[in-house]
Unconditional design. Structure first.
Length: 203
């Protein structure tokens, strides 16, 4: 895949582990930089990272403050007591910020999505199965700023809460069954024109 400067954002909650395996299993070894927030209990983040790393051709690593994530790398925030936010630069930099829950969660999908709004022209964001509304407002902000936004459909969601909330806000350009989301993410990344990367060098 040619380097379009695109990056990928994924949020998930209940049922998200299986959904993430489905999406990430189709990613190539040199996939665009990918950032994921998965709601899970404390202490499960490392084991989930190892599981996804085994299932994916790209490298899956736990999000760490100050890390820079480039092509072929996937940063996962799960079970931590800090929100993952995207900073600037190439490769893109992660900042982990402690604080209070946002949309009822820490880490929060909304916090990650909102942090990426300045780089929305290069972003492809997907909101997967989950209970509640976390991620819906952030997906709407990305959508309005020009990002490609995707929500998982009701039929393939374990819990159609977060995706439903996104659809109610008209936050998703596409509502897709799970098996089509991974390929659509990669297609959308490849379709981002080079001029989008030249216009803004940071998020």
């Amino acid at each position: 895949m040619a380097d379009s400067g695109a990056f990928i954002l994924i949020g998930a909650s209940t049922g998200g582990v299986d959904a993430l395996i489905s999406v990430l299993s189709c990613f190539p070894p040199d996939c665009p930089p990918t950032f994921i927030v998965q709601h899970t209990g404390g202490g499960f983040g490392e084991s989930l990272t190892r599981l996804l790393d085994r299932q994916c051709a790209a490298e899956v690593r736990a999000a760490r403050d100050g890390d820079r994530i480039g092509r072929g790398q996937i940063a996962l925030a799960a079970g931590s007591r800090a929100h993952m936010r995207l900073g600037g630069g190439r490769p893109m930099r992660i900042t982990l910020l402690a604080g209070t829950p946002i949309s009822g969660h820490m880490p929060s999908v909304d916090a990650m999505f909102q942090s990426a709004v300045p780089g929305a022209s290069r972003a492809v964001a997907a909101l997967l199965t989950g209970m509640g509304r976390d991620g819906a407002r952030g997906l709407k902000a990305l959508h309005d700023a020009g990002a490609c936004t995707i929500a998982q459909d009701e039929a393939t969601s374990t819990v159609y809460g977060m995706p439903r909330a996104a659809m109610e806000l008209d936050a998703a350009r596409r509502c897709l069954p799970l098996q089509k989301i991974g390929p659509e993410i990669l297609r959308a990344c490849a379709a981002i024109p080079p001029r989008a990367t030249q216009r803004r060098a940071t998020t």
